[in-house]
Design a protein around this ligand. Structure first.
Ligand SMILES: [Zn+2]
Ligand SMILES: [Zn+2]
Ligand SMILES: [Zn+2]
Length: 297
């Protein structure tokens, strides 16, 4: 529950009154936000990281959303009691859910235009990925910020024994290990990654193909290739929509969404690519190399 009076003061509660539309990567599903976007935030909880496959999810809260098309392609997964995460069954994009306590989570990366709002705080930083550093000056809260009167959710429990770097989806149906040295990790700001993940960017690790071993549920993987793309494919769990590793035999490596990992892989993001396509509402705060488009070969 939100404390009503908290919604009208302080920088955390900027409201923007315009109609916003969004859509998934494959374009089958489109929606319209009903009412104002507010409480724009970065969430570092383990559920958001798995669901989006990223260091954190960026979203706004709105009173509701209305499907414009493709509702038959929308699936939902109950990631914690009473809280459902929605995704496109065709492409795996994260989509807005149903309202909980009067608020609907809108994944900002799926919006088609600049919503005008800007992230105002970080939450669940106590669950932050060890491979990600927060470098901006926004307020950061270990759980929900003051004004959101909801019980905190415990970190997602791990099912698999320690050993080589573990990875898994949100529902646990799919699990894998990384055995071997990663090639590199980087953040991609291209329009496809933003739609696919529903976030500002995707942070992925490249590993040699033989370093990736699925230990459970490989048959649960769904994939969607962008028809006009040479390579671009999103792989996700068909039950929970979590983003998962993809083997690219043509290029000789596997692409692992860092958010899907359960352990620290040791590698750190070393560059930003496609910053020329960056979300207007996102700012880069580190001093890593930035490439306007694809990285040099
Ligand atoms: Zn889709
Ligand atoms: Zn979260
Ligand atoms: Zn799953």
């Amino acid at each position: 529950m939100m404390a009503g009076e908290a919604c009208h003061n302080g920088p955390l509660y900027l409201r923007v009154m315009t109609t916003q539309r969004g859509s998934c990567l494959c374009g089958e599903v489109a929606y319209e936000v009903e009412g104002a976007l507010e409480h724009t935030h970065h969430c570092h909880c383990t559920y958001c990281r798995k669901s989006h496959g990223t260091p954190f999810a960026t979203g706004s809260l709105a009173p509701a959303r209305r499907w414009l098309r493709g509702e038959q392609h929308v699936a939902r997964y109950e990631s914690s009691p009473g809280f459902f995460r929605f995704f496109c069954t065709r492409c795996g994009s994260a989509l807005p859910g149903d309202p909980v306590a009067g608020f609907t989570f809108i994944p900002l990366g799926t919006l088609d235009t600049d919503p005008g709002v800007r992230p105002a705080f970080h939450m669940f930083v106590a669950s932050k990925a060890p491979w990600w550093e927060i470098r901006d000056a926004l307020p950061a809260f270990n759980g929900f910020p003051p004004g959101i009167d909801a019980a905190p959710v415990a970190d997602r429990p791990l099912r698999d024994a320690p050993g080589a770097t573990r990875g898994s989806c949100l529902c646990g149906a799919v699990a894998f290990r990384i055995e071997g040295k990663p090639i590199l990790a980087r953040s991609c700001h291209c329009g496809r990654c933003r739609k696919a993940r529903g976030t500002a960017f995707a942070t992925n690790m490249l590993v040699p193909i033989d370093a990736l071993r699925f230990t459970r549920g490989e048959g649960e993987l769904a994939s969607y290739k962008v028809p006009e793309a040479k390579f671009y494919t999103q792989v996700f769990c068909r039950t929970c929509g979590a983003k998962l590793p993809r083997i690219d035999p043509g290029r000789g490596f596997a692409i692992v969404p860092l958010g899907s990992l359960d352990d620290d892989p040791g590698v750190r993001p070393s560059e930003h690519i496609w910053v020329g396509s960056k979300a207007p509402w996102d700012e880069i705060h580190d001093d890593l190399p930035r490439h306007e488009a694809a990285p040099p070969a």
